[in-house]
Design a protein. Structure first.
Length: 276
């Protein structure tokens, strides 16, 4: 297993993201991912696809304990009772006795963070959750969460790709041994026609998307959960461990010009709008 280690926990470096995947499309993508060697599935209460992810787990020959399953609390489920009730519902939909990682999906200003984390840590102590974490937290909120969580914070899942810098957050995560899990690693498709990524990919016979994913997982304390539905793309997203970028290539990707970043953003928006 190609894994990223943080806080003494090995997390598969590349998982399958399932945002906007629903119904049979989600079930088939997750089932295909497990067949192709993925051992990390990422879902959320707000994605409305936990049942489909659970069905894929049951369909698979892979042992449940060999798969790292993440879900996230919905925005209306942050009070003590809401955390416990919604997590029990998630477990039922997923058809599992536990999730490996439970995240607070978004910061919430109406429910005290202490209350949310207390309920999450209680679930951890009961064995229904193996680890807790957050998503979309900036450094000050992440720091507060680490102070309040009795059993630590495994990860902060945030948007991170060649056009969306997380330098300060990543520095913080490395200092405090927190995993940064990158969502939207392909910038909603914006990396696909990137000339720098294309040129680097030509050297290794890899696509721009594979170069972008490799750039992420080659960094300490970083894992990623790219979304894909076709068998070809699911396989390609994980086929990134047979080459290594050199320091110059890592830096060229890390510091895109304003023009290149703007072009990547525009490509991502065009692709995103085209899917709506």
């Amino acid at each position: 297993m190609n894994a990223t280690t943080a806080g003494g926990v090995d997390v598969p470096s590349v998982g399958l993201g399932t945002w906007r995947l629903t119904g049979e499309r989600c079930r088939e993508a997750a089932r295909t991912a497990l067949e192709l060697g993925y051992r990390h599935l990422d879902t959320a209460q707000e994605y409305d696809n936990e049942r489909q992810v659970g069905a894929a787990l049951r369909d698979s020959d892979v042992d449940r304990d060999d798969v790292f399953v993440t879900t996230k609390l919905g925005r209306g489920n942050r009070d003590y009772d809401g955390v416990r009730r919604s997590t029990e519902e998630s477990l039922a939909k997923l058809g599992t006795s536990h999730v490996d990682l439970l995240l607070i999906h978004w910061p919430n200003v109406t429910t005290p963070l202490r209350e949310t984390l207390a309920a999450m840590n209680e679930l951890l102590e009961e064995g229904k959750v193996r680890h807790v974490g957050v998503s979309n937290f900036e450094i000050d909120r992440l720091d507060r969460a680490r102070e309040l969580s009795e059993h630590g914070i495994l990860t902060d899942q945030v948007q991170y790709n060649p056009y969306w810098s997380q330098t300060e957050l990543l520095d913080y995560c490395r200092i405090h041994d927190v995993l940064l899990t990158a969502y939207s690693p392909l910038a909603h498709g914006g990396v696909v026609d990137d000339p720098v990524l294309e040129a680097i990919g030509d050297r290794y016979d890899k696509s721009p998307a594979q170069v972008a994913i490799r750039w992420l997982v080659q960094q300490p304390n970083v894992a990623t959960v790219p979304k894909a539905t076709s068998r070809e793309h699911i396989a390609a997203n994980r086929d990134v461990f047979d080459f290594e970028l050199d320091d110059d290539e890592m830096e060229r990707i890390r510091q895109p010009s304003r023009a290149r970043a703007a072009a990547g953003f525009l490509r991502s928006r065009v692709r995103e709008l085209g899917c709506m």
